[in-house]
Design a protein around this ligand. Structure first.
Ligand SMILES: Cc1cc2nc3c(=O)[nH]c(=O)nc-3n(C[C@H](O)[C@H](O)[C@H](O)COP(=O)(O)O)c2cc1C
Length: 317
């Protein structure tokens, strides 16, 4: 089933980050397609409570993609059964995660070394899923990999779209994205290609479209503490206009909103714990914020965080 995208800018799956509050926040700033946090098929098959909490969603959280991680056919089949009746728009299969604990189980990017196995898992998913299926790959395990061959064999398994992160597994998240390699995959494919890698600004999003011919881009690290990126990309692509960066007032308002969304979802203690990393991202680049970024690890209450946000505002104003 071909994936028909209504938007050309997507929020990429981000494990440990893209929970319900993060998605809702980004949607308020113009993001039109989000992914849940990556779901481990073994945990979903075992009906883990934590996994069901991660999958919590509602009608305001659409369109929505689910990304599955696994390599065991039994767990994958059980996971697909568990997804019946759930509201979502696409199932993506992860063949990109570079973490050792994942690849050592033969999952994520390890599947890039075994094209046959990857294709057969994708076939299994497409046959047993009533929604469009996609795969997320990297350019291969290392420089010796043949990225186009991997992408073509995925396409043959019947998937409806492919996400390509323009780095190899060996590169991890470092080094630059290989635009040429993504472009050469795109030329050979019939299905839509969504490009990932260094979508950190509106200009870099346009560069990805211009240099690769991709159908859409997936924003990842660029969204951390920066939900404005979605409207900036949209405005630049549609009207060629670079929007001004958010004012300090908007930044402060957004931090407070993000804190509230996190605490409503997780409860105060866990909400505050989740917010800490976002505070560091929101205050990046502000001179004078470093002591506050260090201090936040010792704050455990909403009122403590609110006081810190106020102090940040007074310091940088
Ligand atoms: C903290 C973090 C978590 C991520 N989690 C996932 C994930 O669960 N699934 C996935 O396919 N990619 C994951 N990625 C990769 C991103 O989706 C994206 O492909 C990659 O970061 C390249 O884009 P960027 O250079 O714009 O950040 C993650 C990246 C980061 C930084």
């Amino acid at each position: 089933m071909l994936l028909k995208l209504k938007t050309s800018v997507i929020l990429s799956p981000l494990a440990g980050i893209s929970s319900y509050p993060f998605r809702i926040l980004n949607r308020r700033f113009g993001c039109e397609f989000c992914f849940l946090e990556m779901i481990n098929c073994r945990s979903l098959a075992h009906s883990s409570k934590k996994t069901f909490k991660m999958m919590k969603t509602d009608k305001d959280d659409r369109p929505l993609g689910i990304q599955l991680l696994g390599a065991n056919e039994g767990y994958i089949m059980k996971s697909l059964e568990r997804l019946h009746g759930m509201d979502f728009d696409i199932v993506d299969f992860n063949a990109a995660c570079p973490q050792r604990k994942v690849t050592s189980r033969g999952e994520g990017a390890a599947l890039l070394k075994d094209r046959k196995k990857l294709a057969s898992l994708l076939e299994l998913i497409t046959k047993n899923c009533d929604r469009p299926v996609s795969v997320k790959i990297r350019l291969g395990w290392d420089n010796a990999s043949k990225a186009s061959d991997i992408a073509l064999s995925c396409q043959e398994s019947g998937i409806g779209a492919i996400f390509v992160h323009g780095r190899t597994k060996e590169q991890g998240y470092s080094g630059t994205v290989d635009y040429g390699a993504i472009a050469s995959i795109k030329k050979k494919l019939k299905i839509p290609l969504i490009a990932s890698g260094d979508i950190l600004s509106a200009e870099l999003a346009k560069k990805m479209f211009d240099e690769t011919g991709c159908n859409a881009v997936a924003v990842a690290r660029g969204s951390l503490g920066n939900p404005w990126l979605f409207r900036e990309i949209k405005e630049y692509l549609e009207r060629g206009r670079l929007l001004p960066r958010p004012s300090l007032e908007e930044l402060i308002k957004t931090m407070r909103l993000h804190l509230r969304l996190l605490c409503d979802f997780y409860g105060d203690i866990r909400g505050v714990a989740h917010f800490k990393k976002f505070f560091i991202w929101y205050t990046r680049g502000f001179e004078g914020a470093k002591p506050m970024r260090n201090e936040i690890s010792r704050i455990y209450t909403i009122s403590g965080i609110e006081a810190l946000i106020k102090r940040f505002k007074d310091t940088v104003a």
